[in-house]
Every structure is written in structure tokens, then in C-alpha cells.
Design a protein around this ligand. Structure first.
Ligand code: AMP
Ligand code: ZN
Length: 112
């Protein structure tokens, strides 16, 4: 399958690893939108949030467990934002479920 994030997960495309366990991989975003910007993905290919089911929803829990671990190891005690873009109008550009973990500056709300 021609999926950028599957290729990052299996090492075909290099990335700067931030966190890894049996279910989840997190790496530095190539175009950071904040001083700290990680992309957290499930190792299994799920296209987008629309494809989360009873069978695969455990990966979302694992992603948030990973985010909490990363926040501790990266000292993000001032706060952070987890963002999932889903579909074209949601701003999704890579068709493999992922959450952005953004931190290190005051983040605007609403996001626009
Ligand atoms: P989204 O727009 O929500 O689909 O997010 C895709 C994210 O992947 C963007 O923030 C991109 O900067 C990031 N990205 C694309 N290619 C790479 C790459 N090779 N390594 C790291 N991050 C990437
Ligand atoms: Zn994929």
C-alpha cells in the first residue's frame, strides 16, 4: 500500500522517533506548527477517524496513553493540544489516522 505513514512506521521513510510501543509510533512533524510538534499514529493502517470501529478503537486509547507519556518525558506541563484532522474539509492531507501533539506556545482557539 502506498501510504506515507505506513512507510514511516516500517522505516522505509526516515523519521525522528519520539515514542514507540507495540501499537503506536510517534515522530517529529516535518513542518512543525509549534515549538513541539509530534505526529502520533497507530502502527496499523486506519485511513481516518471515520474508520474507527469497535474492533480497532483500542488504538485511540493507546495513542492518548502515548501522548500522556510524551507530555511527561518532554516536560509539557504548561499544556498541549491533541488534534485530529479528518477528511478534506477537516484538513487531513495524509490518509493514515494520526493525532498532532502541539505544545510550546500559546495556541489560538478557535483554530480557524
Ligand atoms: P494532516 O494535514 O493532519 O494530514 O497532517 C499531516 C502531517 O504530516 C503534516 O503536519 C505534515 O507536516 C506531516 N508530514 C508529512 N510528511 C512528513 C514526513 N515525511 N515526516 C514527518 N511529518 C510529515
Ligand atoms: Zn498507512
Amino acid at each position: 500500500m502506498d501510504c506515507l505513514f505506513c512507510k514511516i512506521v516500517n522505516g522505509e521513510i526516515p523519521s525522528t522517533k519520539i515514542y514507540e510501543d507495540e501499537t503506536v509510533y510517534a515522530f517529529a512533524d516535518i513542518a512543525p506548527q509549534a515549538p513541539f510538534h509530534a505526529v502520533i499514529v497507530p502502527k496499523m493502517h486506519i485511513k481516518c477517524a471515520d474508520e474507527i470501529t469497535e474492533e480497532n478503537s483500542f488504538v485511540v486509547a493507546k495513542i492518548f496513553e502515548a501522548a500522556a507519556k510524551i507530555a511527561k518525558s518532554e516536560n509539557l506541563e504548561k499544556g498541549y493540544r491533541m488534534v485530529n484532522n479528518c477528511g478534506e474539509e477537516g484538513g487531513q492531507t495524509v490518509g493514515h489516522l494520526h493525532f498532532h501533539l502541539l505544545a510550546g506556545r500559546m495556541l489560538a482557539w478557535p483554530p480557524g
